[in-house]
Design a protein around this ligand. Structure first.
Ligand code: MOS
Length: 737
């Protein structure tokens, strides 16, 4: 039986605060934790499947042009080689994730260096890899002088924005203003588990173990690409070793394994090498961002400008939404926000953790620090003075906004106001220990809240245990834990009595993991199913859902009490919850907020910047699980450290190939880079956000954090930098004489 909840108005019932189990919010450990930490949780490539052949992708050794021929005979005599698959669909670009269609792509055309063009299949991996290296490919490459590679000098289109009042005039009459331009480099999702798929075709149905984030969309994309019906496909992704956006849509390994399995009538596994992951999977666009901020004597913004240029391949519609939270975070009646998209030939640009805010917020928050200095106002105070009453462009009210609380409580917990060595107005170069300058910085965080339609099935079994089934994924985020908690809370069961089964398209289709919407969307689907079950349990007891109390497997009501299994009397209850976001987002601006505080040290001789300690304070609606929520924040802050100090995709200016395509050269923060991190979660219920009053968490943790570090670098050593990441060469060049 299917029950639907369409949320058209704030859900103020606040049911999860009124139920009796009291397990919501608790730091319940992840039920998948032991399997993952002991290596027994199987990832996509790790299924032992009999007679499985191995495929290795061959990639284009040129930047733009056309494949004119693939000479299979050049490798067919090599040991173990089974086939060379040169299907047109192999050159397809990865899908962006929420479209039901595979991306259209002119057959055989190559648009970036390293684009997959063929698959070599052999009996074992080494044979396939060897043959892939020897495959002869004929192609016609365009002269590099004709291929736009530099986003600054390429043709671009405006993606729109906001224009209100007269920003130029506001800049002129302002008591203080800043006009600064920042640059950020591209980022890679760099998930631990490389992209991988094993496809099996039984003549009727295709079964694919894959590493994907959003199965509901992925099955549609794959069906579209292969010309199959969704019912002819089963996608399985119960464990995913990170995605961060790179697995939102199907990519080449899934397509290639599927085509090969169907052609060869035999299971085929395709795993991208780490180099291929960096070369073919979606990148975050580099950005150029101009910030213009104008304020009066008291630091109140009268003008706000944020213009950004990002890039993508010709024909791609995704444009890194850099201005997403700049649209509503701060006041200023004269506004000019505009995004433009340059067309260049690098791999597809798409979603990488916190698309937009991850790079837009650091630039904005670094510029706010420049303004705070000019206006001689504490940076925390400057932000507090500029909270708009409503969305400055649309006029919509904010749903629930804990930005001020995050700033204030974060500052208190970090010891910002004490400052220790730094009372009064903030000045750089105040503290030095040996050759290290030491300083502090802060920044705000904001990210739009998203929800998606989601379905989940909940079975309450005669023995008073429950099973939750949905195609929702757990990409390392804690879905297994929080869905277990929602069901346990609603049904009054100990969490161990709830089994959660995920990552199978034969289950009801949920939202998948993307845009930080997983917990609130899939959680709401489980909530809706359980609400129905609660009502049916109450009916068995002859009472109403409002009157019944469910705790530890015992149902109690006015005048009675019975263990749930006795009440069920051999029956199994089943409900499918269907959560549908309504028009509520047309009425409110819903977002998560936060504030970062960092202390860094900067070496006077080498320019090396290191984070000493960092704190993030966040308000993102109801916390469903204190442990998994905190871990998401820690992960986000770690991304902030990478964005501030080390992470950059570096492209060869001559032919556009990615020069640093492994984890030795693309520097994600490692243990030695990450100091003690503190997380403060501000209590909040947002009835607009979802029926469970939760908002997105995952991505907020890196929306602005890099600016706290940049601002601390300035405070420490006086180097005011305008390019992320702030590597030692840039810091040295920026040090005052
Ligand atoms: Mo996220 S970048 O939508 O996985």
């Amino acid at each position: 039986m299917s029950v639907r909840l369409k949320q058209d108005k704030p859900d103020t019932r606040n049911i999860l605060d009124k139920t009796q189990q009291k397990v919501i919010g608790k730091p319940v450990s992840r039920p998948d934790g032991i399997a993952k930490t002991t290596g027994t949780a199987p990832y996509a490539a790790e299924y032992a499947i009999e007679n499985c052949a191995e495929g290795v992708l061959v990639t284009a050794p040129f930047t733009r042009g056309e494949v004119t021929g693939i000479d299979a005979s050049s490798v067919m005599d090599m040991p173990g080689v089974i086939a060379v698959i040169d299907d047109d669909r192999l050159t397809a670009r990865p899908a962006q994730g929420t479209a039901a269609k595979a991306p259209a792509q002119p057959a055989r055309k190559v648009g970036y260096f390293g684009q997959p063009i063929a698959l070599v299949v052999a009996e074992n991996f080494e044979q396939a890899r060897d043959a892939a290296r020897h495959l002869k490919v004929q192609y016609r490459a365009d002269a590099l002088s004709d291929v736009p590679l530099d986003p600054e000098n390429a043709g671009a289109e405006s993606q729109g924005g906001t224009r209100q009042g007269d920003l130029a005039h506001a800049m002129k009459i302002a008591a203080h203003n800043v006009d600064v331009t920042y640059r950020t480099h591209g980022h890679s999702s760099a998930a631990m588990e490389p992209h991988a798929a094993i496809a099996q075709w039984d003549g009727q149905r295709l079964t694919v173990h894959a590493s994907l984030q959003m199965l509901k969309f992925n099955i549609a994309e794959l069906a579209d690409c292969l010309g199959l019906e969704e019912d002819d496909i089963r996608l399985l992704a119960p464990y995913v070793g990170g995605g961060f956006g790179s697995k939102l849509g199907i990519s080449q390994e899934t397509v290639a394994a599927s085509i090969a399995a169907m052609a060869l009538q035999r299971p085929v596994r395709v795993v991208l090498s780490r180099q291929q992951v960096l070369q073919c999977v979606m990148r975050r666009s580099e950005t150029r961002q101009r910030l213009r901020l104008a304020c009066d004597e008291d630091g109140r913004l009268i003008g706000f400008g944020h213009e950004a240029r990002v890039s993508n391949l010709p024909g791609e519609s995704f444009a890194e939404p850099v201005l997403q939270s700049s649209e509503f975070l701060y006041a200023g009646e004269n506004r000019h926000l505009e995004l433009e998209l340059a067309r260049i030939h690098r791999m597809t640009a798409g979603s990488v953790r916190a698309p937009g805010e991850a790079v837009g917020m650091p630039a904005l928050e670094a510029a706010m620090d420049v303004l705070a200095e000019k206006a001689d106002i504490d940076p925390v105070e400057l932000r507090l003075r500029n909270l708009p009453e409503k969305h400055p462009a649309s006029g919509l009210p904010f749903s629930s906004r804990k930005y001020a609380e995050c700033l204030q409580e974060g500052a208190r917990a970090f010891g910002w106001e004490k400052g220790g060595w730094q009372k009064g107005p903030r000045r750089p170069r105040q503290k030095k220990e040996g050759e290290w300058w030491i300083g502090t910085g802060m920044a705000g965080a904001a990210r739009v809240h998203n929800v998606m339609e989601a379905k989940a099935r909940v079975l309450l079994q005669p023995d008073a245990t429950a099973v939750v089934q949905t195609d929702m994924t757990d990409i390392g985020t804690g879905s297994y834990a929080i869905l277990r908690q929602v069901a346990a809370e609603m049904l009054g069961l100990e969490p161990e009595k709830v089994l959660v089964e995920l990552g199978d398209t034969d289950f009801p289709r949920a939202s998948g993991s993307g845009g930080s919407w997983g917990a609130s969307s899939a959680g709401s689907a489980v909530f809706v199913a359980c609400e129905d079950l609660r009502g049916r349990i109450a009916k068995l007891a002859g009472t109403s859902a409002e009157e019944i109390s469910l705790k530890d497997g015992i149902a109690s009501w006015h005048g009675g009490s019975l263990p749930l299994d006795q009440l069920l009397d051999g029956k199994q209850l089943e409900a499918e919850g269907h959560y549908q976001p309504g028009d509520i987002t047309d009425d409110f601006t819903a977002a998560g907020y936060g504030a970062f505080f960092a202390e860094v040290r900067v070496n006077d001789f080498t320019g090396e910047a290191r984070v000493n300690r960092m704190l993030g304070a966040f308000g993102f609606g109801r916390v469903l699980n204190e442990k998994t929520a905190r871990s998401q924040c820690l992960g986000g802050i770690t991304w902030s450290i990478g964005a501030a100090l080390t992470e950059a995709l570096l492209f060869d200016p001559v032919d556009g190939h990615l020069a640093n395509c492994d984890l030795a050269e693309y520097h994600v923060p490692v243990h030695r880079d990450v100091p003690d991190l503190d997380v403060l979660m501000i209590e909040e219920r947002d009835p607009v956000a979802s029926p469970i009053q939760a908002k997105g968490i995952g991505e907020l943790g890196m929306c602005g954090g890099a600016a706290a570090i940049a601002n601390a670098i300035y405070n420490a050593c006086g180097a005011r930098l305008f390019e992320f990441p702030m590597t030692p060469d840039k810091v040295l060049a920026g040090l005052p004489d």
